[in-house]
Write a protein that binds this ligand. Structure first.
Ligand SMILES: Cc1cc2nc3c(=O)[nH]c(=O)nc-3n(C[C@H](O)[C@H](O)[C@H](O)COP(=O)(O)OP(=O)(O)OC[C@H]3O[C@@H](n4cnc5c(N)ncnc54)[C@H](O)[C@@H]3O)c2cc1C
Length: 468
C-alpha cells in the first residue's frame, strides 16, 4: 500500500486525502491547528458558531461545474440550500440598486433591462461567461477586457461587485480566467450550506477515516527530511515523525519550501521564485450576533459599494471602508430571523503591517482601536441597507489579515493565496510538481481559489501524481 502524508487540513488537503484514500492509498493528514479545516473551519464564540471562509458556493446544480466533484467527495449529501433564484445578489451603488438572478441567460436578460444601451456588450459578456478557453483568458486582463465590451462604468461595477470579496479585484494584475471562474459558476447556481463549515470538514474527515486514513490536529510540521533526493519523513513540532512514500503539501508553497531548508534538490532560483511571488489581499471580517427576531434572514448576499467603485478598493493605511459584502449564515436562522450576520471587506496587508510582530491574544490597543473604527464603518454601511441593524447588535467579533496569517500560516494574511498576473501567467500559475519528485503541492495558491478552484486543483494534484 502506498503511504501518503498530507500537510495541512484545509479543503485542498482533505480533498486530496479522501481522493487518494478512495484509490487505496494509506493517508495521514497532519494539521497544525487545534481545529481541522483551515479556511473551512468554524469556531465557537459564546453560544454561536462563526464561519471563516465558507459563505456560498457556485455550480452545485445537477451537471453544474462542481456537482460531479462534490458527488465523488460525498459532499452532495450535505444540506445545501439554493439561494434566491430571482435575486441571489443585491447590489447597492451610490446610483442605484440591482438584483442578480441565477442562470446565465436570466442574468444577461436582467442586466439588459437595467442597462438597455449596453445590450451589445452584454451579449459578448454572455459568451464570456460560457467560455472555457483557459489559455487566452489567463493572458488577458479582466479589467481591460470588461471595459472593452462595456462602456458604462456603473455596469462595470455591477458586473464586478460580487467578486469584491471572492477574489482580488486588482486592475493591474487580475487575469480574466480568475474573474470568469469566480463569477460564472455562481451565476449558474448559488448555494448556502444549512450548517456551519465544520459540517463540511467533518464529512470529509469521516470518509477519510472510513477508508482507513488518519487525520490529526495539533501536528505542526516543522521539517521535511530529504534523503537521496526524495522526502522520507515529516517531522512535527512535538517531535513525532511520519514516514511515507509521497508527501502532499496543502500549506502555502513559500511556507512549504521553508520546511525543506537543507534540500540538495531545490535550486536557489526555484526558492527565490516562490519566495518573491506576491500574495493577494486579505479580508476584514466582522461577525455580528443580532438580537432575536430583530433582523430578517435574507437568502441572498448584499453588496454595498461606495463612491470609490469596486476595483482596487481594499482598506489600506487610511482605514476607509470602500465596499462591503453582507452574508447571512443559514445555520443560525430561527423562525425566518437571522441570529448572525457576516460582513466582509477586502483589507490590504499594509493596513496591518505595523502590528506584524504582535501575537494573537496580545495585540496592542491601537490595533484594537483600528479594528473598532473599521467595524463602525462597516456597520454604518450595512445599516444604510438593513434599517435598524446597528441597534440590533448584541455582540461582534472581527478579524484582519493578521488573524489569517497567525491561524492559517497564510503569508501576509492573504485570503486567496498567490496573486495571479495576466502579464506573466507562466510565473504565477504554480505546478503541483516540485523539484523533489515525491513532494507535491495542492491548495488555492496553485491555480484557482475558492471551493471551486481548490477542488479543481485537488484533481490536478492527483493527475500530476499519475493518479486518475
Ligand atoms: C474571509 C474569506 C471568505 C471566503 N468565502 C468564500 C466563499 O464564500 N466561497 C468560496 O468558494 N470561497 C471562499 N473563500 C475562499 C476559500 O475559503 C479558500 O480558497 C479555501 O478554503 C482555501 O483552502 P486551502 O486548502 O487552499 O487552504 P487553507 O484553508 O488555508 O488550508 C491550509 C491549512 O494548512 C495548515 N497548515 C499551515 N502550516 C502548517 C504546518 N506547518 N503543518 C501542518 N499544517 C499547516 C493551516 O492551518 C490550514 O489548515 C473565502 C476566503 C476567505 C479568507
Amino acid at each position: 500500500m502506498t503511504k501518503a502524508v498530507i500537510i495541512g487540513s484545509g479543503l485542498g488537503g482533505l480533498e486530496v486525502a479522501l481522493l487518494l484514500a478512495k484509490r487505496g492509498y494509506q493517508v495521514t493528514v497532519l494539521e497544525k491547528q487545534r481545529h481541522l479545516g483551515g479556511c473551512m473551519q468554524s469556531y465557537r464564540r459564546g453560544n454561536i458558531m462563526l464561519d471563516t471562509g465558507l459563505h456560498y458556493v457556485g455550480g452545485l446544480e445537477k451537471d453544474g461545474t462542481l456537482y460531479s466533484q462534490f458527488q465523488e467527495l460525498g459532499l452532495m449529501t450535505l444540506p445545501w440550500k439554493r439561494m434566491d433564484i430571482d435575486a441571489f445578489e443585491e447590489i447597492h451603488t451610490p446610483n442605484g440598486k440591482y438584483f442578480w438572478p441565477q442562470g446565465i441567460d436570466n442574468f444577461i436578460h436582467a442586466m439588459q433591462q437595467y442597462f438597455p444601451d449596453q445590450r451589445e456588450g452584454l451579449e459578448k459578456y454572455r459568451i464570456l461567461l460560457k467560455c472555457t478557453d483557459e489559455e487566452w483568458m489567463q493572458q488577458t486582463s479582466a479589467w481591460d477586457y470588461i471595459n472593452s465590451i462595456i462602456s458604462n462604468p456603473e455596469l462595470v461595477d455591477v458586473l464586478s461587485a460580487p467578486a469584491m470579496c471572492k477574489m482580488e479585484l486588482r486592475r493591474l494584475t487580475l487575469p480574466l480566467f480568475t474573474f470568469v471562474h469566480g463569477t460564472s459558476a455562481f451565476i449558474e447556481s448559488s448555494w448556502r450550506l444549512g450548517g456551519d463549515g465544520n459540517m463540511l470538514v467533518e464529512c470529509l474527515v469521516r470518509q477519510i477515516r472510513q477508508y482507513g486514513g488518519k487525520v490529526y490536529a495539533n501536528k505542526e510540521v516543522c521539517r521535511l527530511v530529504e534523503t537521496d533526493g526524495k522526502v522520507t519523513a515529516a517531522i512535527c513540532q512535538d517531535k513525532t515523525c511520519y514516514e511515507a512514500d509521497v508527501f502532499i503539501s496543502n500549506v502555502h508553497p513559500a511556507v512549504t519550501l521553508r520546511l525543506l531548508d537543507d534540500s540538495q534538490v531545490i535550486k536557489k532560483i526555484f526558492r527565490r521564485r516562490l519566495a518573491s511571488q506576491e500574495n493577494t489581499v486579505g479580508m476584514f471580517t466582522l461577525q455580528l450576533q443580532v438580537k432575536p427576531e430583530s433582523v430578517l434572514y435574507l437568502n441572498r448576499n448584499i453588496l454595498v459599494i461606495g463612491q470609490h467603485g469596486v476595483w482596487d478598493n481594499a482598506i489600506e493605511e487610511d482605514y476607509v471602508v470602500k465596499g462591503i459584502m453582507i452574508s447571512f449564515p443559514l445555520a443560525d436562522v430561527i423562525d425566518g430571523f437571522a441570529t448572525c450576520i457576516d460582513i466582509l471587506a477586502p483589507m490590504s496587508w499594509d493596513a496591518v503591517k505595523k502590528w506584524e510582530n504582535s501575537q494573537v491574544f496580545n495585540r496592542p490597543d491601537d490595533y484594537k482601536e483600528m479594528k473598532a473604527c473599521v467595524a463602525r464603518q462597516c456597520i454604518r454601511m450595512a445599516t444604510s441597507v438593513i434599517p435598524g441593524l446597528e441597534d440590533s447588535i448584541q455582540c461582534m467579533y472581527s478579524s484582519t489579515p493578521l488573524t489569517y496569517r497567525d491561524y492559517n500560516a497564510s503569508p501576509q494574511g492573504s485570503a486567496f493565496g498567490y496573486r495571479k498576473d495576466f502579464r506573466n501567467p507562466l510565473m504565477t500559475v504554480i505546478s503541483a510538481r516540485t523539484p523533489v519528485h515525491n513532494l507535491l503541492l495542492t491548495g488555492q495558491s496553485l491555480m484557482l481559489h475558492g471551493l471551486h478552484g481548490v477542488t479543481m486543483t485537488a484533481e490536478h494534484t492527483l493527475k500530476s501524481m499519475g493518479v486518475n
